[in-house]
Design a binder for this molecule. Structure first.
Ligand code: F6R
Length: 265
């Protein structure tokens, strides 16, 4: 897996955005997988900047979110439906009809999960999926012990995830206990993956995901099986990587003009 260590989140966002635009440009019906949370915000800002500078065109872009809380109305500002609307749909000028979020307020949650899988397939699959990582190694809301073959489903959030996400809720409000999330099998079908992490709190999870054994106890470690996964981190999130010097060496010694750049797909 390619690991890119950046000086700050602005640089992370710039590098991720350019990679995302290059991948999407190869598709006639481009599909972007989007995540909520803090990690991808600088990437969405960079994508919006590049679109304004006419370096990207998102007019026919579809987007699929990873997850949604159960029990929040889509109008609730803390719902991922609202979050994606503000941070992605509005910023990138996407057609709201092309932006999809799992239906966490559906009466039949199992049918909602199946319909979500069908909608991703009908769109031709995800060209590139943006991921954050939880302090416990989750991607999407696939908490430790999630099966690698899992599909979109109902999950119970880990206590640590609910504590981490309390910052998006008032102190006296409880974070929902359950969610819908794309499964690890669903995420792994995206043709490209880009995982973003910044800050020291993510250093342990990043080391486990990139260099640890592939284990259900670190769901993000499944990325080691993906052919086109790029991990973009800042220095703090990279601080526990044993192989960090090699990743820097690889970045400094890119082979140009040998067709090698095309390996990234
Ligand atoms: C969000 C999601 C989660 C977050 C992760 C990191 O849609 O799927 O996996 O990416 O919890 O969150 P932040 O970026 O807020 O640290």
């Amino acid at each position: 897996m390619e690991v890119i260590i950046c000086k700050d989140t602005t640089e992370m966002g710039e590098i991720a955005a350019r990679h995302i635009i290059a991948v999407l440009a190869r598709s006639t019906h481009p599909v972007l997988g989007v995540a909520t949370g803090s990690s991808p915000l600088s990437t969405y800002q960079a994508l919006a900047r590049l679109a304004k500078a006419d370096m990207a065109d998102f007019s026919n872009l579809s987007a699929f979110a990873l997850d949604e809380y159960i029990g929040l109305s889509p109008d609730d500002e803390r719902s991922y439906t609202a979050t994606i609307k503000h941070t992605v749909t509005e910023q990138l000028g996407l057609d709201p009809a092309n932006v999809h979020v799992p239906e966490g307020s559906a009466r039949d949650l199992v049918a909602a999960c199946q319909n979500y899988e069908k909608a991703i397939k009908a769109a031709g699959g995800v060209d590139i999926q943006i991921l954050g990582i939880g302090g416990n190694g989750h991607i999407g809301f696939n908490e430790p012990s999630s099966p690698f073959s899992s599909r979109t489903r109902v999950m119970t959030l880990a206590p640590r995830t609910r504590e981490d996400n309390q910052r998006f809720f008032h102190a006296d409000e409880a974070v929902p206990t359950h969610c819908l999330t794309q499964g690890l099998g669903t995420i792994m079908e995206a043709r490209h993956l880009v995982l973003l992490a910044n800050g020291e709190a993510k250093a342990g999870a990043i080391a486990a995901a990139v260099e640890g054994p592939v284990s259900a106890m670190c769901p993000a470690s499944v990325l080691q099986f993906h052919q086109q996964a790029v991990v973009i981190v800042d220095e703090a999130a990279a601080s526990k990587l044993a192989n960090a010097d090699y990743y820097r060496h690889v970045q400094k010694n890119q082979l140009d003009g040998w067709g090698v750049a095309d390996q990234r797909g």
